[in-house]
Design a protein around this ligand. Structure first.
Ligand SMILES: C[S@@+](CC[C@H](N)C(=O)[O-])C[C@H]1O[C@@H](n2cnc3c(N)ncnc32)[C@H](O)[C@@H]1O
Length: 416
């Protein structure tokens, strides 16, 4: 077993994601940037190149900026996540930005003709005719007035928040569920008003909270999964998914209406492209996980195969990531150990094991209590509606270091 130490100073009790950095856009299972800031301090990592292979909205980047890092590369398969990250960390001319806002607002108010919506799957199932008409006008006003994609991003974020709110989805869920017929009958949102409020809020958050952080750092965000080419990084800070998207956090479903309305291709396929999304025909039988997967297979072979797919993908991904970390560089993974069929899977141990297999040394794992992460606190491991068990109230911060630094003071005795 790799050493795990409870460390309450990483609980950040009474703090949440936006305690220091306001949210530009809602996103599931975001990582507290405070974790990164503290761990960089503890490991004495300063001014370096950071990679996040599952960057989501870019919380690790915030931690790096606050710690004086100079270069950031983030990868995510979900285009909405990359759009949020790009919008946050692209330096814009504020005057130009607010001029675009005036133009967009003007066009929204003065468009009289009918605008066709983009191809959105089952559009009439998720939106009323009136809402479709207004959303199409807003969408067109953004495209017509702003030719620069860098400036468009913040306008799309306001649009995306609006799409979700004015759709018939239950807004407090990540998965797509439609509100009841009775609720639909009385649902009559003021789409334009809501969009303009969202836009105002988002532009002001960017101006006041993010713009001042942007100096000479370099940012690259890629809408794809990470494969090692030749770039080397000093540190990887990331929070990978805790399981496949279908049975843990539904990143694809959460984003699909926004992605389709904005116009990203293959929006409906995202969940199957994410880690663990593709079916696998063999059980994962290596190392730490083997007995756990065996136990699950005795209850449900199908679930054991699904779980295996996720760990096979995570194993492959760690192989890629470990090649990209410099000598003496650190990998810092923040994960929760999920429960399937009442069996808790030691993902923290798996990650340490995989990095060691790839020439790293496990330094330490901290265990923290989650107080405020936006994710389902309970789920149904049996996938039976209404049947719930407690899961994932703890998170693990797994710290490994590239092997050639075995004899650095940081590693002696397995302590920081
Ligand atoms: C826990 S979230 C990361 C959240 C991020 N730290 C933040 O604060 O916004 C995990 C992310 O992994 C992404 N993801 C899942 N499988 C992936 C893969 N194979 N390659 C790249 N990203 C992936 C999901 O789209 C999701 O955004």
């Amino acid at each position: 077993m790799y050493k795990v130490q409870i460390n309450n100073s990483y609980d950040f009790k009474n703090e949440n994601y936006s305690t220091y950095f306001p949210n530009l856009h809602k996103y599931p299972a975001t990582m507290l940037p405070q974790i990164g800031i503290e761990i960089f301090k503890e490991l004495k990592i300063k001014k370096h190149r950071l990679l996040d292979p599952y960057c989501g909205t870019g919380s690790s980047v915030l931690a790096g900026i606050a710690s004086g890092f100079s270069e950031f590369h983030g990868f995510d398969i979900n285009p909405l996540a990359i759009l949020i990250a790009k919008a946050r960390y692209t330096k814009l001319n504020i005057k130009k930005l607010f001029n675009y806002k005036k133009d967009v607002e003007y066009t929204i108010h003065h468009t009289k003709k009918n605008i066709s919506p983009p191809p959105v799957t089952n559009i009439d199932f998720w939106f009323s005719k009136k809402v479709i008409k207004k959303l199409s006008i807003i969408r067109n006003s953004i495209i017509e007035n702003i030719d620069n994609k860098k400036y468009q991003a913040l306008f799309w974020l306001a649009f995306s928040e609006t799409v979700r709110f004015v759709s018939y989805t239950r807004n407090n869920e990540f998965k797509l569920y439609r509100i009841s017929e009775k609720q639909r009958q009385s649902f009559n949102p003021n789409v334009i008003d809501l969009y303009l409020k969202n836009l105002n809020k988002i532009l002001n958050i960017y101006k006041d909270a993010y713009f001042p952080l942007l100096k000479k750092q370099k940012f690259q965000f890629y809408n794809k999964d990470f494969t090692y080419k030749k770039d080397k990084y000093d540190v990887v800070l990331t929070s990978p998914p805790y399981g496949d998207s279908r049975t843990t956090v539904a990143y694809g479903q959460f984003s699909t209406l926004s992605n389709e309305w904005i116009g990203f291709p293959n929006s409906r396929k995202i969940d199957s492209q994410l880690m663990g999304g593709k079916k696998n025909n063999t059980l994962y039988t290596n190392g730490f996980l083997s007995p756990f997967i065996n136990k699950i297979s005795k209850i449900s072979y199908k679930r054991a195969l699904e779980v295996s797919s996720f760990y096979i993908d995570l194993e492959n991904s760690i192989r890629e990531v470990s090649q990209a970390i410099q000598d003496k560089g650190f990998s810092i993974y923040v994960v929760g150990n999920r429960t399937v069929k009442n069996i808790t899977l030691p993902t923290d141990q798996f990650i340490a094991e995989q990095f060691e297999k790839n020439g790293f040394r496990h330094i330490l794992t901290y265990k923290r209590s989650i107080s405020s992460k936006v994710m389902p606190a309970k789920n149904s491991p049996s996938n039976t509606v209404g049947k719930k068990v407690k899961t994932m109230h703890k998170e693990y911060i797994i710290i490994c270091q590239n092997s050639s630094s075995f004899r650095t003071p940081a590693c002696r005795g397995g302590r920081l």
